[in-house]
Write a protein of this length. Structure first.
Length: 217
């Protein structure tokens, strides 16, 4: 095994750090929350297993397309796969993909934290969350998870995580629709009016009511 890999304590430590950090922002409570968080945790385990444990993707690709991309070797630097595919010659940690990944990961965690604050305040007041990120989209926490995972895919893509990502998009969408049926029962017409003007996952930056306008309706 290459000295860059087989570092299983780092797999456990890095997975635990990211998962605990995410949990501190997401605060899973319901069965839907735990299903969503479980999918995110599985993604992180698969990611860090290949980042520090065993580079299955690099072993596969180096034999398949190694003649076209000689940089594809089972080393830690080669794990930044997008850099190898565009023949990036500099430090992989200074590539455009890496900087973009930091931005997406940070934005995703910010969205999780901000969404939780507004969701918690609405729950304490026994009302529907319609302020903050909820004024733009109905499910900002799920979108936050997608953004974080997309950020890690830019930084360290692997075959398992690339396959898992679209599956988790579908799973989270189904969880969101199931939650909406429960919220419809709890809030009735208030929810239906909110849902009619607010997209589920992709915000409409033009023509979307502001939080203050949403409160007046």
């Amino acid at each position: 095994m290459n000295a860059d890999y087989g570092l299983w304590p780092l797999v456990l430590i890095n997975t635990a750090i990211v998962v605990i950090f995410a949990a501190s922002f997401f605060h899973p409570k319901t069965s839907h929350d735990w299903k969503a968080f479980g999918g995110f945790t599985a993604f992180m385990i698969a990611l860090f297993t290949e980042m520090y444990g065993a580079p299955f993707t690099l072993y596969l690709l180096s034999g398949w397309v190694g003649s076209r991309f000689p940089a594809l070797t089972p080393t830690h630097a080669s794990g930044h796969l997008w850099n190898d595919l565009i023949n990036w010659q500099g430090d992989p940690h200074l590539s455009p993909f890496h900087f973009a990944s930091y931005g997406l990961i940070g934005a995703g965690f910010w969205l999780l934290a901000t969404s939780w604050r507004h969701l918690f305040a609405a729950a304490r007041a026994s009302k529907l969350a319609t302020e903050g990120p909820y004024a733009r989209i109905r499910h900002p926490q799920y979108v936050g998870f997608w953004i974080i995972m997309l950020g890690f895919l830019l930084q360290w893509p692997t075959i398992p995580t690339l396959l898992m990502f679209p599956v988790l998009v579908v799973v989270y969408r189904r969880l969101a629709m199931s939650e909406e049926r429960q919220v419809d029962i709890a809030f009735g017409n208030t929810w239906r009016q909110y849902a009619a003007r607010t997209p589920a996952f992709v915000p409409r930056w033009w023509g979307t009511p502001s939080a203050s306008e949403s409160k007046r309706r």
